[in-house]
Design a protein around this ligand. Structure first.
Ligand code: S3P
Length: 171
């Protein structure tokens, strides 16, 4: 089984990736961590020294390699599905799951955790709310192509595991 976990920053991808990787017994890869390993830079440094497009190209190149692995649970950075036709690529190769909690929940989480995120770190709380709302609405066209769309607040690890097992993975 091959799963791609997608969703906006603060949607809970890291938490769910960790738990689902255990409950489904799938090896876990985190795209941001893989990019940091490959470049020897953290995400903020990559954005500031090399620019966002360099980062998006790296995401795409690494994704093209990872889709050949099976089994796999890949936790994707929030922007990955929205560039370079990555959404189609993932849909062709595995089960895409969009974690889609209410926007207020993500904003609250990000207020505490924006410092590690280059796209958010310079925003005050009011700007953060505006940014997340706007960016999420732009990205919804991509995220909504996922095969499984869930509000993670409605699930336990057990119930989401069962839901995933009941989905038929494309060949
Ligand atoms: C980004 C999300 C981040 C990281 C980078 C850009 C985005 O990942 O890839 O800061 O464009 O939404 P997380 O969603 O894991 O925070």
């Amino acid at each position: 089984m091959k799963i791609f976990l997608i969703g906006f920053m603060g949607s809970g991808k890291s938490y769910w990736a960790r738990h689902l990787s255990e409950s489904l017994d799938l090896p876990l890869l985190d795209m941001d961590e893989e990019i940091e390993k490959k470049t020897g830079l953290n995400i903020t440094e990559i954005f500031s020294k090399k620019g966002e497009m360099y980062f998006r190209t790296l995401e795409h190149e690494l994704l093209k390699g990872f889709i050949r692995r099976d089994p796999l649970l890949l936790s994707c950075g929030g922007g990955l599905p929205c560039f370079n036709d990555n959404m189609s690529l993932m849909n062709e190769h595995g089960l895409t799951i969009w974690l889609d909690p209410p926007v207020e929940i993500m904003v609250e989480r990000l207020k505490r955790k924006k410092y590690k995120r280059p796209l958010l770190k310079d925003l005050d709380d009011e700007q953060l709310t505006e940014y997340v709302t706007k960016k999420l609405s732009e990205r919804t066209a991509f995220y909504s192509q996922a095969q499984l769309i869930i509000n993670p607040l409605d699930y336990s690890v057990e119930s989401l595991t069962q839901k995933i097992l009941s989905c038929k993975e494309p060949t």
